[in-house]
Structure formats: structure tokens, C-alpha cells
Design a protein around this ligand. Structure first.
Ligand SMILES: [Zn+2]
Ligand SMILES: [Zn+2]
Length: 283
């Protein structure tokens, strides 16, 4: 019989129930909402989404650019607010996903185990990917990444729940801080990221090659560009997920601007033609 990660089941249930209660209060007038609340929600959502999509994903997992220490620390401090574990564990799972896509044992969120497993099931089952070699040796030797990994639970509570409640008090709307800046924001971003592993891998468009990873514009909107998952699997170390200039990928535009401000360097670009050639010669 399979065993489960009880703490994850508890937290997913809690964030779902609190989101439903928050929406109930919103629609029955128990929580008021105005321009200040909407602006605060969007700013917080985007800053945390950037910490995951640019930080956890494109930097810690793929090293597709090099941030200055201040930006790296920003990722390590704000990433936990998403309640998606530490950068070290996130990157370990994600590197396995790219190394063994669709493999039932080695891909932690393998789509071959079905939509629901790829979406949420993997996060509540206790099966962990394991391999004889570490996939994150470069991260394990980093002091600040280990520091974040060690303190991930208090950091998550501090940045993901206490900070939103404090922001709610600051804007004079404690209930909005708790239910929306806290739990609903976590719930919405969880499922946005999980849809990449489920929806994009099952239903996304695949313009270049017949792999399960597909693109989705509406998921790209929710994830600051990471919905261009087909392109990303073709060129995983490119700092851009949306390859074309008009693809909705705010992370690539922000990274480009941060390079001008000298906060990041070494933005990596990969050649699509080279990638197609390499994959053709391997098959
Ligand atoms: Zn994928
Ligand atoms: Zn990736």
C-alpha cells in the first residue's frame, strides 16, 4: 500500500478550504476589495512567481543566467512564500524531470502515471526519486542554498503567511491579508505551476517535436512565461521559455532588463537547430 506525505495533504487541504472560505466571504460582502487590495495581490503574486519561475526554475535548476548575490538572496528569501519546498529539493526533482521525462520511476511528476498524478498526486505520495549520483552537487556545496533548505519551514511560514497578514494589516484589511494574500495566492500559484506538469504535458501544443511537453498561452500568463513548456524541454538551459519575441514570457523580459541594470549576467541562449540536430542524432 502506498504511503503519503501527510504534511502536504494537510497543507493542500488547508489552503483549499481557506481559499473557499475567503471566496465565500468575498461574494457575500464579508471581505471588501478595492484597487489597493487588487494591486497588493498582483505585486505579491508576481514577485513570488518571479522567485520561483526565474529563481528556482531558470536559475537554480537550469543555471540559465547568473544573478548578483542580492538577487540570489531575494530568490532564496521569497521563494519559500510559494510553499513549494526549498530551492535544493525543487531543483533536484526538476532536474530528474528533464533527465528522464515520462519515466515512471525517475521522473517525479511523470505524465505516464496520468493527469492527476502529474498534477498533484506526486506531491502527496511519499515516493521520492533516487539515483546513485546526486543531480544537485553544485547546489549542495552552496552555503546559502543549504541555509534555505535547513530553515525552509520557518521561512515558508514567515514569508508565505506572516508577511501577507502583515501586508493585510498595513492596507487596513487583515481578512484580505490572511485569506487572499496568504492562502488563495498560494492555492492559485500551486495549481498554476502544477498545470505545467499535467495540462502542458498532456494537452499542450507541440510545434517542433512529438514529445509530451507542450506549450500553453494561458498557463504562460499564470506562470510568467513558463507555460511555453514545449520550447523549454527542447532548450532547457535557455533563459527564455517563450522563444519568439511575442511569446508571453515576462521572466525573459525582466531578466533582459536586469542584465542592463547589471543585476544578472551570462544570459544563456541555445540554438534550436542544434538541439533538433542533437536529438535527431540520438534517436
Ligand atoms: Zn516538463
Ligand atoms: Zn525546467
Amino acid at each position: 500500500m502506498k504511503s503519503f506525505k501527510r504534511i502536504n495533504i494537510f497543507f493542500f487541504s488547508l489552503s483549499t478550504v481557506m481559499s473557499i472560505i475567503g471566496l465565500y466571504f468575498l461574494f457575500t460582502g464579508g471581505i471588501r476589495i478595492g484597487l489597493t487590495e487588487i494591486t497588493t495581490f498582483l505585486v505579491l503574486y508576481l514577485l513570488i512567481a518571479f522567485s520561483i519561475c526565474a529563481g528556482y526554475h531558470r536559475y537554480f535548476s537550469h543555471k540559465s543566467f547568473t544573478p548578483k548575490f542580492s538577487l540570489k538572496f531575494f530568490f532564496l528569501l521569497l521563494g519559500p512564500a510559494a510553499f513549494m519546498n526549498s530551492a535544493l529539493k525543487w531543483a533536484r526533482d526538476h532536474r530528474h524531470h528533464h533527465a528522464y521525462p515520462e519515466d515512471e520511476k525517475m521522473d517525479p511528476y511523470s505524465i505516464s502515471k496520468g493527469f492527476l498524478y502529474a498534477h498533484l498526486g506526486w506531491a502527496i505520495h511519499s515516493d521520492e526519486v533516487s539515483s546513485t549520483v546526486s543531480f544537485v552537487q553544485d547546489l549542495e556545496s552552496d552555503y546559502w542554498i543549504n541555509w534555505q533548505n535547513k530553515w525552509i519551514i520557518p521561512l515558508s511560514i514567515l514569508m508565505g503567511l506572516i508577511l501577507p497578514i502583515f501586508l493585510g494589516i498595513l492596507i487596513g484589511n487583515l481578512a484580505f491579508g490572511l485569506f487572499f494574500l496568504g492562502f488563495f495566492r498560494i492555492f492559485l500559484f500551486h495549481h498554476s505551476i502544477f498545470l505545467i506538469n499535467s495540462y502542458c504535458h498532456m494537452f499542450g501544443s507541440r510545434p517542433l517535436k512529438n514529445i509530451t511537453a507542450g506549450n500553453s498561452l494561458w498557463i504562460a500568463i499564470l506562470t510568467m512565461g513558463d507555460g511555453y513548456h514545449h520550447y523549454h524541454h527542447m532548450l532547457p538551459n535557455d533563459y527564455r521559455a517563450g522563444r519568439k519575441w511575442y511569446n508571453w514570457d515576462p521572466v525573459k523580459w525582466i531578466l533582459f532588463c536586469l542584465k542592463k541594470m547589471k543585476l544578472v549576467s551570462a544570459l544563456k541562449r541555445q540554438s534550436l537547430f542544434k538541439s533538433l540536430d542533437d536529438q535527431a542524432s540520438c534517436s
